[in-house]
Design a protein around this ligand. Structure first.
Ligand SMILES: O=C(O)CCC(=O)C(=O)O
Ligand SMILES: [Fe+2]
Length: 234
């Protein structure tokens, strides 16, 4: 009975997402029609053990609509080496990190925020993890043959839940035990999928997973949405 009730609540939220996306993105109607919120709740519950998990989100035409949106942005090369001197992270892709606040991509972020907030409420996580604010948006483009990004952990200020949407391309996204890439495990993450990764606060003493991207042979585009708990609007 409780399960049935939850199922209908989630169906209602999915309907809201559909309506909101159709209205707000009249120019680029982008729905997240493959997102199953009960499945997302279950996936989130696995994060304390799994570190990262991917689930279906966009169909091909939805992903293509977003490609035409992100391809109009201006990109700059990522800094080749980040992290500390003792723990360098090598990266090689192009990025856009200054998407204007009135851009339709922020509407997409808002809709995912709504969906993930409701999925979080049904997951076995710390209630401090929601409401989620996806206030940090980055678009990344990895050209064929690039290095990707070596094993690292996302900054500690990115709380609760990190969302990465893969629009196109290939490559391997993996989680591993350390910066050397030991005990790595590839996540099955395909175009149209939403990858979820845990962040601090998801559960008490959550350990941020090391992860990497490599092996890109076909232009890879991702949208990264994070909750920057240090931002003034957080
Ligand atoms: O674009 C991606 O797949 C995410 C790469 C990553 O881990 C990062 O930029 O921190
Ligand atoms: Fe990362």
């Amino acid at each position: 009975m409780v399960y049935e009730h939850r199922k209908y609540t989630l169906l209602f939220i999915k309907f809201l997402i559909w309506v909101q996306m159709s209205i707000n993105s009249a120019k680029f109607p982008v729905l997240a029609s493959r997102l199953d919120l009960l499945g997302v709740s279950r996936s989130i519950s696995t994060l304390p053990r799994a570190g990262a998990v991917a689930c279906p989100c966009l169909d091909v035409s939805e992903a293509n609509a977003l490609v035409s949106v992100v391809d109009q942005l201006e990109y700059r090369p990522a800094k080749a080496i980040t992290g500390s001197g003792k723990a360098p992270v090598y990266q090689d892709f192009d990025l856009c990190y200054d998407v204007p606040s009135d851009h339709s991509l922020w509407e997409f972020a808002k809709v995912l925020e709504l969906a993930l907030t409701s999925a979080l409420a049904g997951a076995e996580v710390d209630s401090a993890g929601y409401p989620l604010r996806l206030n940090d948006l980055i678009v990344q483009r990895y050209p064929p043959g690039c290095t990707g990004i070596t094993p690292h952990r996302d900054h500690v200020r990115y709380g609760f839940l990190i969302a990465i949407i893969l629009l196109t391309g290939d490559g391997h996204f993996g989680v591993c035990h350390d910066r050397q890439g030991n005990e790595s495990r590839e996540i099955d993450f395909k175009p149209g999928d939403l990858l979820l990764m845990g962040g601090p606060g998801l559960v008490p003493n959550f350990t941020r997973p090391f992860h990497y991207v490599n092996g890109v042979t076909d232009s890879r585009r991702t949208i990264g949405l994070r909750y920057d708990t240090h931002k003034s609007d957080a």
